[in-house]
Design a protein around this ligand. Sequence first.
Ligand code: IMP
Ligand code: MG
Length: 190
Amino acid sequence: MTDMFDYPYPFLGKVLISKQDIENRVRTLGETITRDYKDTEQLLLLGLLRGSVVFMTDLMRHIQLPITLDFMSISSYAGASSSGFVRIDSDHKTNINGWDVILIDDIVDSGLTLFTVRKLLLDRKPKSLRLCALLDKEEKHQTDLVLDYYGFKIPDYFVVGYGLDIDEKGRNLPYIASVDLEKYNQQVNK
Ligand code: IMP
Ligand code: MG
């Protein structure tokens, strides 16, 4: 992958998923969602800020149905490893009662974030609620969460790009790359 070093992030490991592979997969997901929701009356794509933004804005252009967009911003307690408690920093504006909702995140690790947000949203009585994420670290799950739509299953690497970050860096990469944590820590501690 030659475009890797066009970006000033010295902590990148290797490219795990290329721009082209992401593009193809996102198109297929959009086509599947279009088929699955062909009879919907009100479809809401509800993204978790900020990681889902790149994925969501690409995905929606492959959904050939009327849709509405909304966002929530949440933080998980307990730093890197989720505790399952999420704080809502900014809530969605749409009253989702009666809507078909697809909740979208960038990546599932323990699954606790989506598990917890799903529970909270179900109390708001949507007509239906499905879960979608670009990436799924299946071996890390600590819940029985199953995604209705996912882009790629990945092994337990810390990854950045296509919206995903490490301390807010790396979101603009057009591919998914692993982070070389040794290089990253060296850089941070400099
Ligand atoms: P979970 O609650 O453990 O499933 O964590 C999911 C959240 O952790 C995602 O919304 C991401 O913000 C973050 N996350 C987990 N793994 C990664 C990663 O490899 N790169 C970037 N963010 C990650
Ligand atoms: Mg996130």
